[in-house]
Design a protein around this ligand. Structure first.
Ligand code: GLY
Length: 311
């Protein structure tokens, strides 16, 4: 099977001055993931590598440089899900983990549970040999400044370089057909401590099923949860997949992926009046995306191996 990879850096009102940084971040994430996939590596390794690039880049709201809580701390959420087993590893409200996606992967692979939060998740990470950082090491100067403006004035998007959402995500299929999806976020700015959004919740911010496809979402978490957006998109892929299943050798065309992406975001917007977006791969590796925000940072690998990125 031909490998496939798609990434996103969030659907938000990305200001002109952040466009190049967002595009470049998506390009570097594709590069990190594709170097693994194109040399026969696993989809799990590829999405982890891609997400680490995005988490380390403070232009995105994940890992270092995430938005701060009302108390001035970073609290990160992340999830990774296997399309073959339907098993997920998810972690929420992490304060001392540089790359939350690595904890999610450890939970996927080495934990009897599918989700751990806060101190318990960090203790598990430590037991797994992961280093814990100081909470203040996760705070970027830009977010500290934005948080101080929110405290002094009132919480406002313009204090945050014009953006409020910059969740990151990736979906990949490798040469042996394994499908994985992942999402990582710092959540919403000035959120209450302990708030968990859609991102680490199976079916909300992320879902993968090898029989249909994989999805990673971005946008306002409280709304995404209402329509279980990632699972909704995968269900739409499945409906189409069932239609084309017989004969077994037939494959969905790209319109199946486009239909599911657009229809899921349409349903989300109609039922919640909120904004967001998603990326997906159908079970054959066809990429698609949709969003109802002014912009969404995203990128995927075209059939000829070219990296296509856009904001
Ligand atoms: N979609 C990210 C969040 O609301 O936490």
């Amino acid at each position: 099977m031909k490998p496939a990879l798609i990434v996103h850096g969030g659907a938000w009102d990305i200001p002109d001055e952040a466009v190049d940084a967002c595009k470049s971040g998506c390009h570097r994430a594709l590069s990190a993931g594709w170097s693994i996939l194109s040399s026969g590596g696993s989809a799990l390794d590829a999405i982890e590598a891609a997400i680490i690039v995005l988490e380390d880049d403070p232009v995105f709201d994940a890992g270092y440089g995430s938005h701060l809580t009302l108390d001035g701390h970073v609290e990160c959420d992340a999830i990774v899900m296997s399309g073959a087993t339907l098993r997920a590893g998810a972690a929420a409200t992490l304060q001392r983990i540089k790359n939350p996606i690595q904890v999610a992967r450890k939970i996927l692979e080495n934990c009897p549970h599918m989700m751990l939060v806060a101190e318990g998740a960090e203790r598990f990470a430590k037991d797994q040999g992961m280093p814990l950082c100081k909470p203040e090491e996760m705070v970027s100067e830009a977010e500290q400044e934005a948080w101080m403006k929110c405290k002094a004035d009132k919480h406002a998007a313009e204090h945050h370089r014009g953006h409020e959402q910059g969740t990151v995500g990736a979906v990949a299929i490798d040469a042996v057909g394994n499908l994985f999806a992942a999402t990582s976020t710092g959540g919403t700015c000035c959120k209450l401590p302990g708030r968990v959004g859609d991102s680490p919740l199976i079916g909300c911010g992320c879902y993968a099923d090898s029989e249909a496809g994989g999805v990673s979402c971005t946008g306002y978490g409280e709304a995404i949860m209402k329509v279980v957006l990632a699972k909704t998109a995968v269900d739409l892929l499945r409906q189409r997949a069932i239609c084309v299943d017989p004969p077994a050798a037939s494959s969905c065309d790209a319109s199946t992926a486009d239909f599911a992406a657009r229809q899921a975001v349409h349903l989300f917007a109609k039922r919640t009046r909120a904004t967001g977006g998603l990326i997906l791969l159908d079970r054959h590796g066809n990429p698609s995306f949709a969003f109802n925000t002014p912009r969404m940072a995203h990128g995927y690998v075209a059939p000829d191996g070219t990296f296509l990125t856009a904001v």
